[in-house]
Design a protein around this ligand. Sequence first.
Ligand code: NAD
Ligand code: ZN
Ligand code: ZN
Length: 349
Amino acid sequence: MKAVVKHAAERGIKVREDWAEPVAGPGQVLLEVAAASLCGTDRELYEWTPSAQAFNLTPPVVLGHEGSGTVLAVGAGVENVTPGDRVALESHLICGRCYPCRTGSAHTCERTGILGMHIDGVFAERVAVPAGICVPLPESVSLETGALLESAGVAMHAVQRSGYAVAGQYVLVNGCGPVGLVIAQIALALGAAAVVAVEPNQFRRKQAESIGARVLAPSDDVVGVCRDLAGRRGGFDVAFEVSGVRGVLPPLLEALRREATLVTVGHPSEPAAIDIAAFVNKKGVTLRGIFGRRLWDTWEQLLLLLQSGRIDLDWLITHRLSLDEAEVAVELLTGDAGKVLLVPGVNRR
Ligand SMILES: NC(=O)c1ccc[n+]([C@@H]2O[C@H](COP(=O)([O-])OP(=O)(O)OC[C@H]3O[C@@H](n4cnc5c(N)ncnc54)[C@H](O)[C@@H]3O)[C@@H](O)[C@H]2O)c1
Ligand SMILES: [Zn+2]
Ligand SMILES: [Zn+2]
């Protein structure tokens, strides 16, 4: 079958026509991939940057950790799905035995493996995955939307991690990639008083504006705007850092009011300095971070927001490409694009 493969520990990817057909072993599910979506991690893997190498994967492996599909077959012992079911996939492969797994924090499993890195992923016509990562989709949620849920789940988790501190609050979102945009959308859907979104790329600024955020560029006076809007509150109530860019935390901390919350989502490539005395001690800011999605309350909450029509995600999709166009898809990630999908059957439509 056709698959997009990280072929070797070097820059690049290969589209292979002769990749072995996957089979559903015990506890596994064979899926026909409906859609797969890319994120910055796929670009890191393509470029084979130090942060990609830190994932410790062993090429060759099929890439792709955000995807959805239809169940073709199930292996022995699988009871949660049956052929014909439409599912989205959690990308974290957890051990189920370590302390975090056994105490409700499986998203920080000590032995986390990742789909499309440590087992073959979804940039392929078919994929075999552990049954435990399959999330059946409600009828009203399309397979394409299903392919966005892994990444949208990161946004949902960030809002959960803030203590849902968005309703009736001033919310600052730094970075309007797909994750930041969905944080902004969820915050507005849950009743934020205002969302200010900071983003240098004009295309993404337009996307943020279209969902009702007030948009600024990083070169604008973000601190001044937030303080003016917030009036006697003294600053914004909650900020989400979703760019992963270095040096962005100090202005966010300045823009927050006393006893506010900062949730970090972006992964900077190096340690970031913060003035603990000024911001954490005296200002009383609570600093929280997230990794992946809570299993499974993040998925349940996100699906409910979709099912109830409070949010929709399809507007994020700007490109649908074939597996052959995987390199083009990687290039699009740094350009004027929202979510880029690889759709194995795109030419058959
Ligand atoms: N914590 C987790 O579990 C988790 C999961 C997925 C992604 N991430 C990270 O979250 C971040 C966002 O993910 P994404 O898929 O939306 O990525 P993305 O790269 O598409 O989005 C980042 C955005 O930040 C913008 N940006 C650049 N410089 C900026 C600045 N100075 N101020 C504000 N914005 C700036 C970029 O133009 C881009 O639109 C990335 O760092 C990613 O690695 C973390
Ligand atoms: Zn991703
Ligand atoms: Zn574990």
